[in-house]
Write a protein that binds this ligand. Structure first.
Ligand code: 13P
Ligand code: SF4
Length: 364
């Protein structure tokens, strides 16, 4: 008699091979960070970009982790700076002819899949994400095929091809609500790719999922022991943690949530100091909204190991004023998605946006 695999055994099936882990690490090390510029060059490039945006009826859709100059430029020119959920929502509703996504590849692909009629550009198409890289579509499809009776839920930080396999796409801004909704329908869930986010969702919702074992190279580095020490040094500081961080770091948090939720916490909470466990690009918006509050980066190194990403995503750091100007001027970095893949992925993307709009998580 054939024995059914228990969820615990099946979880192991999704482990990421060592070679893929080292390839991801190498790509992160090799990612070319945008070059620093002096004030005069910055001013010149900003003027040029503003003119190009106007001439092309283009808008910038930027993530909270990119360089502060790009965030301010997006806001000054009628674009948006947002978490990945609101980036998708804003791009889908925009009436611009061209969307320039300052962020990472999956964000550009999502914008293109939701708005195929628009030109979607990125300053550098090689700006990727360790979660996306750690979940190759063919291997993930084989994993899902082994469990045909499961509902497939994937994080937005995945390729268009992986989204095309999914029943639902979620972000950290709606994952709890969507997984709760699926659980209430009595469905079993395959979750990919972030292991820590999956772990947190399991704890919060009480559902056990078959999980892929991907991780974010930035959030995976936050250190519990050192964070505890920092908390002792700053006893009145509140701890804000993105759920891509390890479970023992999340356990020390006062607030866990998407980048938008963490920014809102700095603005609305009574505390005067915050220890922040996420990419430090977020400090620009936090400081803008709460200029008198003290912000501390949560530790990413311990006694034995130096930090690698040091709380800054190497792929987000590829976005700069120079390559932003160049993609608009030369129409380079255009995001294209195969139409068959797009149509499959669109179903789960549309479902995510509709759910989020109805739940009041984003503007209708
Ligand atoms: P948010 O959806 O919270 O903005 O997160 C995206 C991301 O890539 C975090 O590392
Ligand atoms: Fe991906 Fe992590 Fe970078 Fe976010 S911070 S884009 S999850 S590698």
């Amino acid at each position: 008699m054939s024995q059914k695999k228990s969820p615990k055994i099946a979880k192991k099936v999704s482990d990421i091979p060592v070679q893929l882990e080292s390839r991801i690490e190498q790509l992160a090390l090799d990612a070319p960070c945008a070059l620093p510029l002096n004030d005069a060059d910055k001013a010149m490039l900003k003027t040029e970009i503003k003119a190009l945006l106007k001439a092309q009826n283009a808008q910038i859709v930027a993530h909270f982790y990119v360089d502060a100059d790009l965030q301010s430029l997006a806001e000054e020119t009628g674009g948006v700076v947002a978490d990945s959920l609101e980036m998708a929502n804003f791009g889908a509703k925009s009436t611009a002819d061209t969307i320039v996504v300052c962020g990472v590849r999956f964000m550009g692909e999502t914008a293109k899949m939701l708005s195929p009629e628009k030109t979607v550009l990125m300053p550098d198409l090689d700006a990727t994400c360790s979660l996306d890289l750690g979940c190759p579509a063919d291997e993930f499809a084989a994993f899902c095929a082994e469990h045909p009776d499961y509902t497939v839920v994937v994080y937005a930080n995945t390729s268009a091809e992986v989204k095309a396999i999914a029943d639902w796409v979620v972000t950290s801004g709606n994952a709890l609500q969507i997984v709760t909704h699926i659980k209430e329908q009595g469905q079993k869930i395959i979750w990919a790719p972030d292991r820590h986010l999956g772990d947190w969702i399991e704890k919060e919702t009480g559902i056990e999922m078959l999980r892929w074992q991907g991780h974010c190279i930035v959030h995976d580095e936050f250190k519990t022991f050192e964070l505890e020490a920092m908390k002792k040094e700053h006893p009145n500081a509140k701890v804000l943690v993105h759920p891509e961080s390890p479970a023992d770091v999340i356990a020390l948090a006062d607030v866990v949530g998407s980048t938008k939720i963490l920014i809102n916490a700095v603005k609305t909470m009574d505390a005067q100091a915050f220890i922040v466990a996420t990419d430090l690009g977020i400090f620009y918006k936090m400081q803008q909204l709460a200029p008198n509050k003290k912000l501390l980066v949560a530790p990413t190194a311990d006694k034995e190991t130096a930090c690698k990403s040091c709380a800054h995503c190497p792929w987000m750091a590829m976005n700069g004023l120079q390559n932003l100007a160049s993609c608009l001027k030369n129409k380079t970095g255009e995001v294209l998605v195969d139409e068959t893949v797009r149509l499959k992925a669109l179903k789960s993307l549309d479902k995510m946006l509709e759910f989020s709009r109805n739940a009041g998580l984003v503007k209708k």
